[in-house]
Design a protein around this ligand. Sequence first.
Ligand code: NAI
Length: 387
Amino acid sequence: MKKLNVALIGTGFMGKAHSIATAVVPILFGAPIEIERKVIVDIDEELARNAAHQYGFAEYATDWRDVISRPDIDIVDICTPNDTHAPIAIAAAKAGKHVMCEKPMAMTVADAEAMLAAARETGVVTMVSYNYRHTPALQMAKRLIDEGRIGDILTFRGHYLQDWGADPSKPLSWRFNKAQAGSGTLGDIGTHVIDAARLLVGEFASVNAIVKTFIPERPLPAGRFFGPSGAASSEMGKVDVDDAALTMIKFTNGVYGTIEVTRNAWGHHNQLGFEIHGTRGSIAFDYQRLNELRVAFADDPADAFGFRTIYSGPNQPFGDKLWPVAGMGQGYIDIKSIEWYNFLKAIADNTSAAPNFADGLQIERIAEAILASGENGNWVNIEQSAA
Ligand code: NAI
């Protein structure tokens, strides 16, 4: 069993989540590869030092360039704002390191193409952290679809609704700044639903979207900023990204769909969800009830027909590796740990992980098409990757 050393870049919201996942993945899954949490990096030295201590890394550093080509580093884990993903990932892949990259993969399609090309050059394993797809209930939805239990899919109705952006006094963090984020709600949370739609339904052929910014300026942040929240100053700045996107979809396999994404939906904290309607049944999922998958099968007896709930447990994908009783409760860290297990297993098996940089690139193409349609009002075709 080969021991692989991890360098994690960025100690914020995701830095913490990946630190926990990399610590517990061998406990939960008996990881296929032994990993050591070697170096944690942040541009802020105090954050890096504190994180090394609190999250349990052997060392800390303040410049990713000093770390990623070190011969004793095998995996680079990118947990920094979106504008840094491409330079770090390209340098890491060129140095022969396997790359875990937080989503969205890149700021532009061109950056995503360059990242994929760098990874293909050296043959490293890549993964983009569209973590929600690893949720056992969502994987159960995939199993039911693949087994034909809801017949042929007719329509997909997806959404990702949050409310932290609805308050105009929330400061203008990097998530509201195009130069650092690439896009707004669409890249931040919409790409997760696009990932789920590609996984469960198939490739997007074309999209037609309305894209809107509801709060055009916000107070600039006061001091350092973590995750989606932080303190505000009295000075205002311009928001140059989208707050919401409403998209109609034609899939290449003839399925039709819609996706609604917004960070301005009071009362919806982290509501990623979808319904899929097939010729023989329906499936519904809501991440805020991530232990539950709701299903309705046309073949059920008429007097007992209707939606019923499957509670995640040992009978669903990965459930046997988590807790032995259904309804015990899986959570965000369980899902991040499954994500890491899948990544490490791909490295161990010398195969590709999913979702990888090719998936990330396709999601960037779809996101760019949605933004283009939001500008010109037309249906926009999506370029398909060569097989
Ligand atoms: P954050 O703002 O909480 O933390 C970012 C950290 O990166 C900060 O500590 C900052 O000092 C550090 N940093 C910035 N530039 C750096 C550089 N050049 N080198 C080293 N450190 C640097 O951000 P958060 O929320 O952790 O987001 C990071 C990434 O994770 C983003 O791409 C975001 O879209 C993604 N994300 C993914 C989620 C998921 O569920 N998969 C959820 C939240 C964020």
